[in-house]
Ligand binder design. Structure first.
Ligand SMILES: Nc1ncnc2c1ncn2[C@@H]1O[C@H](COP(=O)(O)OP(=O)(O)OP(=O)(O)O)[C@@H](O)[C@H]1O
Ligand SMILES: [Mg+2]
Ligand SMILES: [Zn+2]
Length: 431
């Protein structure tokens, strides 16, 4: 991941140098409590101008890229006031959980909270979160069936949906892309159908779909590419020579809105599309969410199989946020979803962890429950409630070592490996 705004500050300009120096001064003050003069860092900017990656100020080395900024000013916790859990907080109760190394556990999961399951590798986290919680909830909410891996499940009533958000692709075909998966391509199609050119030709919104015939390229059927099967070798994808990757037929491409064809919109990235559709709230809203989670650089039409695991996961979360935003405010019953995530920070940069935490907090703020397996201390520190499994792996684990707020887990540093790691971390990072 890159944050170009941070990484490519133009140091030729005196103004940018000063802004950079002021940023450093602030970082230094936040970390050391030492107040410094911004001007005195002209030297640091000069170092950067000579393509040196680090700035050395008063003997302290500061990296001048995004990683460095985050190391210098790490996330403070919690980002939001913690949601309290009391004995009266509505909760799911898993009774007699017995599967793999879990032997007869009773587990309480407070609802409407950000819940993190912790413990050393092999302690039983995935078994609890996915094999027991997710599997049984899904079956239960789909109409019932036998419980597997536990004796009893109580407190399900407030839940109407359970969803696992993982890093698997958002769709298998190249026709699936961020715009179609999140759903705003439907709104863009309506914008195009409303253009003068479309109205004169009598094109409806379906003309601008590449998922159905009647507007898309007939050779590649809207994929923009063709698959060549190779015997004994993996298939090879080549650009469609009829449409050149544009996905639509010639007549559809002749329709323009604000001077751009539908194919040109698919080639825009999120930032560009935000500007282009600034006047269209229904398109702008999901685009803003994509930018908020750090995906402003993604192209609207990027084929799903080419997205990274972390990108796919955040697109799924954005789709959930977009769904919430589309709900009519003041509706009596808002569907309560329980989201299950197993180590969502795998492969994420520190900046992305911060964005992920922000999205999860928003989902919980909207009245949902998040149950997440995590080793990442930044995310643990965001939790309202931690369930710490262990104490060790395999047969020497599988029990609840401690359950409570991050501070309560940290207080158990003598017994819990998680507590031992969390205690100094919270001391350093608590606001
Ligand atoms: N299908 C299975 N059959 C038998 N044992 C299993 C099975 N799946 C997991 N286990 C065992 O159960 C224990 C808990 O596994 P689990 O995958 O829940 O650990 P975890 O806490 O998620 O670890 P990690 O952090 O490495 O993902 C391990 O000792 C594992 O070997
Ligand atoms: Mg696991
Ligand atoms: Zn084509």
């Amino acid at each position: 991941m890159t944050d170009s705004s941070e990484a490519t500050v133009e140091f030729g300009a005196a103004q940018a140098r000063l802004a950079y120096a002021q940023g450093l001064a602030k970082a230094i003050e936040q970390n050391t409590g030492i107040k410094t003069e911004a001007q005195s860092y002209a030297n640091a900017a000069a170092l950067k101008r000579d393509d040196v990656d680090f700035a050395i100020i008063d003997g302290v080395c500061y990296a001048s890229n995004l990683t460095g900024r985050l190391l210098a000013t790490p996330l403070r916790h919690p980002l939001k006031p913690r949601r309290p859990v009391t004995s009266r907080t509505p909760s799911l109760q898993l009774e007699g959980v017995t599967l793999h190394n879990l032997a007869g556990l009773d587990v309480r999961i407070p609802l409407g909270r950000l819940v993190v399951v912790t413990g050393v590798s092999g302690s039983g986290k995935s078994t609890l979160a996915r094999d027991v919680l997710y599997t049984n909830l899904r079956r239960f909410l789909a109409g019932g069936g036998p419980l597997t891996g536990l004796r009893g499940l109580r407190g399900v009533q407030p839940l109407s949906r359970v969803l696992e958000v993982d890093q698997t692709p958002i769709g298998r075909t190249p026709r699936s892309c961020p715009a179609t998966y999140v759903g705003f391509w439907d709104d863009i199609r309506r914008v195009y159908a409303g253009s003068d050119e479309a109205r004169i030709r009598g094109y409806s919104a379906s003309r601008f779909s590449f998922n159905t015939a009647g507007g898309r390229c007939t050779d590649c059927e809207g994929q923009g590419q063709r698959t060549i099967e190779m015997s004994f070798l993996p298939d090879v994808k080549v650009l469609c020579d009829r449409c050149g990757g544009r996905r639509f037929d010639q007549q559809t491409l002749e329709v323009h809105w604000r001077g751009r064809s539908a194919a040109e919109v698919l080639a825009m990235n999120v930032e560009e599309a935000l500007e282009f559709f600034a006047a269209h709230a229904r398109v702008r809203r999901p685009l803003t969410l994509l930018r908020d989670v750090g995906l402003g650089y993604l192209t609207l039409g990027q084929p799903s199989p080419t997205l990274s695991g972390g990108e796919a996961q955040r697109i799924k979360l954005v789709t959930e946020l977009a769904r919430l935003a589309a709900l009519k405010p003041g509706r009596a019953t808002v569907a309560h979803t329980l989201y299950v995530l197993d180590e969502p920070t795998v492969g994420l940069h520190m900046a992305d962890v911060e964005r992920l935490a922000g999205v999860l907090q928003r989902l919980v703020d909207a009245g949902n429950t998040v149950v997440m397996v995590e080793h990442n201390l930044d995310l643990m520190a965001q939790a309202d409630w931690i369930i710490d499994l262990g104490p060790e792996a395999g047969a020497r684990g599988g029990r609840i070592v401690a359950a409570g707020s991050p501070a309560q887990i940290a207080a158990r540093h003598g017994r819990s490996h998680t507590g031992a790691a969390l205690a100094p971390f919270l001391r350093e990072r608590a606001d």
